[in-house]
Structure formats: structure tokens, C-alpha cells
Design a protein around this ligand. Sequence first.
Ligand code: BEZ
Ligand code: FE
Length: 303
Amino acid sequence: MRAIDHNTITDAALEQMSSTPDPRLKQIMESLVKHLHEFAREVDLTPDEWIQGIGFLTAVGQKCTPFRQEFILLSDTLGFSALINALHDKRAVEASTKSSLLGPFYREGSPEMKLGDCIVQSPRQQVVIYGQVTDADGKGVPNASVEIWQTDEDGAYDLQKQDGVEIPSMDMRGHFHADAEGKYYLRTVIPLGYMIPMDGPVGDMIRAQKRHGYRPSHIHFMIGAPGYRELATALYTAGDDHLESDTVFGVTDSLVIQVNKDDPNAPIKGMPSIHYDFQLAHAAKLGSGRVGADPSQITKTGA
Ligand code: BEZ
Ligand code: FE
């Protein structure tokens, strides 16, 4: 029998878990236990504080529905999602557009649209976004899949505008395919920046930390093609007040876009335009290459 104390407990836990047959699961769980134990020792965590922590995590789980993923929000606001994205980008086999947060509002099965269509049902001031999906050498990726989703001009996603509706309809979303040269163009509106959902435990945490809770204006994209690594990213509007203090750390310089009033190359005249080329890296040999997950599927499968 060994004496369990605040130090020996770590080895005892690691020893018991050493029978894990899956090597990756073993590596992840061993490291998690080591860091978790070290964290408790470092802050000298009390039983009362840990019960409060468990209460917080329970409330995070209870807030989740198919259309509200509070755990993703927690991961985002702790900078963990941005860290996972940065590690994902570091693993890319060649140069590519940087990833940015998928966020909790991605939905699979957005409406199929033709190049040039507008993704917004009632737009006020339209803009055209255009560019090319290329590989690392700048060669167009024919027929690349381009999914887009965003808020409206008042800063609300379709899901937020239909809170409580059992099957919310889709707006400000679309699924396009680039042409044979990888070129795409579509119409939308400039979204307004907005506050992340603050009516749950993550909002309580943000208020306790005296953070503002805002995200700058942005447009999400998921770009893919067979043989390439899927790209989940977002473009951020230059000039937004919260570019430097995004609550979920999604902004990086190369993803900041300018709205152009008179770009002679824009494919639709008479409206402002945004030009952005996306670069895809080839898929690594191992792994699915898939990065997107519809949050509604997480609660459905319990995975
Ligand atoms: C978003 O981009 O929509 C988002 C990302 C993280 C947290 C909340 C919202
Ligand atoms: Fe968003």
C-alpha cells in the first residue's frame, strides 16, 4: 500500500491508466492528468473552489442544445480554440490561408447557390466578395466548395433571430462552387460586430473578468476540395473597434479585409467589393483533413 498525498496521487493515477491500449488516448490522458494535477497544486485549489468549478462545468453542459454550444463558447473564450487552430496550421504540409474560429453558428446543409447569388434574404447595402481558391503554388482549384455564413447588418445570426424556433430556417448562409479556374464571387452585406452569447455561464465568466464580450465584424468561410485540407476561416473588416481585442482571439493580420468602393476588377459593378484569394494546402497523408463540425450534431450523437 502506498501513502497517497498531494504529490504521490499523480503517479498513482498515471500507473492505473497505463493499461490504456490506444497509444494516442494514453498520451493525451497522461498529459491531461499531469497538467490538471499540477494546476491544482499551483493554485492550491480548495474543495469548495473545485465544487464551484464542477457547478460551472455542469451549467455549461446544461446550456447546450442542438443550436447553442456553450462548450465551444468556453473553449473559444479561453483562447483554446485559437490555440488548436494555430497548432492545426503549424501541421499544414504547405503554405495556406490561416484558420480562424468556426464558432458556434456553423450549420451543415446551407442553401446551394450559383456564383453571383446573394446569401441575404433582405439586404440593405450589398457588397460583392470575389477571388480565387488556389493551391500553394497559386494554381486555381477547380470547383472548390465555398461555404459562407455571417450575421446580418445588425449583428445577428439567423439562429439568434429565431431563438426558440424548433427548426430555424437559414439566412445569411450559402454553399457555392468555384468555377473551373477556382474563381468565385457572391453577394452579401457587411455584417456588424456583435457580442458573443452572454446569457449563460460563459457570459457570467466574461463579466466576472470585466471583458467586453465583443467580436469584430467578420464573415465565416469553409473552403474545401478533394485532396486538400479543409479550411475553416473568417475574414475581418478593417476599421472595426474590436479587431485588437476579439473576445475569442480569432483575428490575425492576414485575414483583415478592406471594402473597396471602385475596384475595376470587381465582377459586379455599382456596389462595393471585397477581394480575397484563399490558399489551400494539400491534405496530409494521415487524418481526415476535416475541421468543420456542425455543433447541432454534437448534442445529437453525444460524441
Ligand atoms: C462567431 O464567430 O460567431 C463566434 C465565435 C466564437 C464565439 C461566439 C461566436
Ligand atoms: Fe461568427
